[in-house]
Design a protein around this ligand. Structure first.
Ligand code: XMP
Length: 319
């Protein structure tokens, strides 16, 4: 019968057959799909694979380090870690429109990726963590209404001029199968079981202009929220959970003083595909504990709200 162990072997052979002695580059984002694709391809062809991790500085706290630790240090995968955060923050300066943010980040991402690919002397193949639902969606829904609402970006949007053949070993798999394969390959649960995370990262969780300081504040609040969710054993029951830093300041009291700091919104939803979503029904005691920690531990935030909007009519993200 069909097992993940069979799939792993068959996929490994197919990658070797396709690639031969050619060179493959793979964009790593820290997400499940590109991580599993990279680990599988590395198992097949070893150092013929080089991964490029374009770090836009908009990941969650600690996630960029984790990518490097897991792939370079643990798996011994050749990895170019390009800290391009200066470029991204400069390009995002003063940008408030969510779609302009996405386009700015998407464009720059591709530019930096291409530059690094060129520095490596190019390659014969480009690896992508395309899944079966992506294959279906790109056939049936390209240019459809959802594409207009949000221009999602990933490495799939690389321009034709890169002219590399694609290696897409996950094309026949659904998300839960990719997770199973990732576990089979020995990837840590923190990567394999990770909630979906948008390509433009924290930039779309900061309505209004984005800067380093706001990202730093948001990362701290978000890390506390996720730590509490994990400690409460709720992480796997939730589809996505995150903090949005709101462009609103309000008055608070702290010790003898008055504060005038940002408000934030906690978001947590259940979903099966991200198309519709329900609010996660936390206990009030959980929410007040998180709020207390954020206000006490994160300088710059003095008010915490819980977003109780379902999708539709809301969206999961704030932008
Ligand atoms: P919304 O906010 O539209 O999100 O309800 C649905 C799902 O899509 C993710 N999302 C994105 N993913 N680039 C991405 O790669 C994007 O620009 C983007 N916008 C939203 C969101 O996190 C949720 O899982």
């Amino acid at each position: 019968g069909w097992t993940m162990a069979n799939f792993r072997e068959t996929a490994r052979d197919a990658i070797r057959a396709q690639v031969g002695t050619g060179r493959v580059i793979c964009g790593l984002s820290g997400g499940v799909d590109s991580s599993v694709a990279a680990a599988l391809i590395h198992e097949a062809i070893g150092d013929q694979l080089v991964c490029i991790f374009v770090d836009h500085g908009l990941l969650r706290a600690g996630e960029a380090d984790e990518v490097v630790r897991v792939f370079r240090d643990r798996f011994n995968i050749r990895l170019v870690h390009r800290d391009a955060s200066d470029l991204f923050f400069a390009a995002l300066e003063g940008v408030t429109d969510p779609e302009v943010k996405r386009k700015t980040i998407g464009r720059l991402f591709i530019e930096v990726f291409e530059e690094e690919a060129k520095n490596l002397g190019g390659a014969d193949f480009l690896a992508q963590g395309t899944l079966y639902p992506d294959v279906i969606e790109s056939v049936s829904a390209r240019g459809g209404p959802s594409a207009v609402i949000k221009s999602h970006h990933n490495v799939g949007g690389l321009p034709d001029r890169m002219r590399m053949k694609l290696v897409e070993p996950l094309r026949e798999l659904f998300k839960d199968e990719v997770r199973e394969l990732g576990r089979e390959l020995g990837l840590p649960e923190t990567i394999v079981g990770r909630h979906p995370f948008p390509g433009p990262g924290l930039a779309i969780r900061i309505p209004g202009p984005v800067d380093r300081e706001k990202v730093r504040i948001l990362q701290k609040a978000d890390a506390i929220y996720l730590e509490e969710i994990r400690n409460a054993g709720l992480y796997d029951a939730i589809w996505q959970a995150f903090v949005a830093l709101l462009p609103v300041r309000s008055v608070g009291v702290m010790g003898d003083g008055r504060t005038y700091d940002f408000a934030c919104a906690l978001r947590a939803v259940t979903s099966t595909d991200g198309m519709t979503a329900d609010v996660y029904p936390f206990d009030m005691s959980f929410l007040t504990r998180v709020a207390g920690r954020i206000v006490n531990e994160v300088r710059g935030i003095n008010r915490v709200t819980y977003d109780i909007t379902s999708k539709p009519p809301g969206t999961i993200e704030w932008e």
